[in-house]
Design a protein around this ligand. Structure first.
Ligand code: NI
Length: 161
């Protein structure tokens, strides 16, 4: 699976709801988990692999791979925490981003089973990052303006180089 990078307009579009959780979608989810492994990432969303649909996968160390289809963020904590983030679609950039400490999310898995998950730590962080991808939001958008501009300028120089 090819991973799209910053500049591709699909990354900026709001992804459409999944209308049918079938064998083909389950296969796509598996391929996304494989692509995640290859890319040494912890999360990957549909739009990043050219699928503008509301699906993302998360696989953090010591945990099982998880598939989220048509997710809804039900709750986030008031408490915000800083944590270093990167993104397979924004290669070479690692930067601290503020996000809620914990999250409660509802979604369906690749077998079509609904589930609710309440979590914090790295898992919450990755879920919120991947959910943003479905909305066309990238982690650099979560930075304060001056910091964001510095990063964009740096990326711009890289693109032109
Ligand atoms: Ni990302």
């Amino acid at each position: 699976m090819q991973i799209l990078t910053l500049g591709n307009e699909l990354l900026r579009q709001k992804a459409a709801p999944v209308t049918n959780i079938d064998g083909e979608l389950a296969k796509t989810a598996l391929e996304m988990i494989e692509a995640l492994k290859d890319g040494k990432g912890v999360g990957l969303a549909g739009p990043q692999v050219g699928i503008s649909q509301r699906i993302f996968v998360v696989h953090i160390e010591g945990d099982v791979p998880r598939v989220f289809i048509n997710p809804s963020i039900l709750e986030t904590s008031q408490e915000m925490v800083k944590y270093e983030e990167g993104c397979l679609s924004v290669p070479g950039i690692w930067i601290e981003v503020m996000r809620p400490k914990s999250v409660k999310v509802q979604a369906w898995n690749e077998k079509g089973r609904p589930f609710t998950l309440e979590t914090d730590g790295i898992l919450a962080r990755v879920i919120l990052h991947e959910y943003d991808h479905l909305e066309g939001i990238l982690f650099i958008d979560r930075l304060p303006e001056p910091k964001r501009n510095r990063i964009l300028a740096k990326l711009d120089r890289k693109v032109k180089a």
